[in-house]
Design a protein around this ligand. Structure first.
Ligand SMILES: NC(=O)c1ccc[n+]([C@@H]2O[C@H](COP(=O)([O-])OP(=O)(O)OC[C@H]3O[C@@H](n4cnc5c(N)ncnc54)[C@H](OP(=O)(O)O)[C@@H]3O)[C@@H](O)[C@H]2O)c1
Length: 255
């Protein structure tokens, strides 16, 4: 069984929910990263992250609203100062939004744009900004999340066949995550030649603020399985969308 041995990891939306759990799981690894960059919008209010950083010098809390270009640029400078020539091994684009009331009745341009900004544009621009550091860490003979990778956290709700079955009418969330899969696919093809792996990951329907109390699985199960799944990704994983269980979704069928 492959294990993760990334030396540096950058996680967006790390102050709560799945992002915070990713931070904790990376720290629990047999070979934890030397640097776990835990990004969040309001570090002064991220009490759990502050506690973790106080207990463990590997955790670096970074201020990052993924919708703010200047904050993205500042985060890259901050990370580069720490990782230097080693570059960044893994970028986890986890931050995302899924607001209440997304049916046609309450739909507005603002709501659509907000979801596309957070769920599609932001992970793409954050990836673009960190690519020089990921390329620095890359090794073309070792495609893995321990070496140089971008993981975009998506959802089964991005899959047209799944939505058909569910009769789910969340236009902004479902369509933005569907577009994120396309971003994952295009970016994977563009940066694969540099040795950077790019893949999508569905964490399951999880009991977080977003998933709600009736979700199918708890955070612990989701993230421990996500960690196992990203650990075994390799060159053939690029551009694919994985479930937390390791199943690959066929969203990009041949024609
Ligand atoms: N939970 C599920 O069932 C489920 C299922 C499929 C996919 N997902 C995906 O998994 C990811 C994490 O979801 P979750 O369940 O942990 O959600 P959550 O509990 O609602 O947490 C969302 C995280 O994203 C952050 N965020 C939102 N907008 C941001 C911005 N502009 N800049 C920086 N951070 C921002 C939030 O920060 P603040 O605290 O500052 O708002 C928070 O840390 C999302 O991409 C979601 O779409 C979740």
């Amino acid at each position: 069984m492959s294990t993760l041995s990334a030396k540096s990891v950058f996680i967006t939306g790390a102050n709560r929910g799945l992002g915070l759990a990713f931070v904790k799981h990376f720290l629990r690894l047999e070979e934890p990263p030397t640097y776990v960059f835990a990004a969040c919008r309001q570090p002064d209010q991220a009490t759990e992250l502050a506690r973790l950083a106080g207990e463990n010098g590997r955790v670096r809390v970074v201020k990052l609203d993924v919708r703010e270009d200047e904050e993205i640029a500042a985060a890259v400078v901050e990370v580069e100062k720490v990782v230097g020539a080693g570059g960044l091994n893994l970028l986890l684009n986890n931050a995302g939004v899924n607001q209440q009331e997304q049916g046609l009745e309450s739909l507005t341009r603002e709501k659509m744009n907000y979801h596309f900004d957070c769920n599609v544009t932001a992970p793409l621009l954050v990836s673009k900004a960190f690519l020089p550091l990921l390329r620095r860490a890359a090794n073309k003979t070792d495609f893995s999340c321990s070496r140089a990778a971008i993981i975009n956290v998506s959802t089964v709700l991005s899959l047209i066949k799944f939505i058909n079955r569910m009769n789910d009418f969340r236009y902004p969330y479902n369509s933005s995550k569907c577009a994120l899969n396309m971003v994952t696919d295009i970016l994977a093809r563009e940066v694969s030649p540099d040795g950077v792996l790019v893949a999508g990951l569905h964490p399951g329907w999880v009991k977080t603020d977003m998933g709600g109390p009736n979700a199918m699985i708890d955070i612990e199960e989701s993230i421990s399985k996500c960690m196992n799944t990203i650990a075994v990704m390799n060159k053939d994983s690029s551009g694919l969308l994985y479930s937390y269980t390791g199943t690959i979704f066929q969203w990009n069928a041949e024609f």
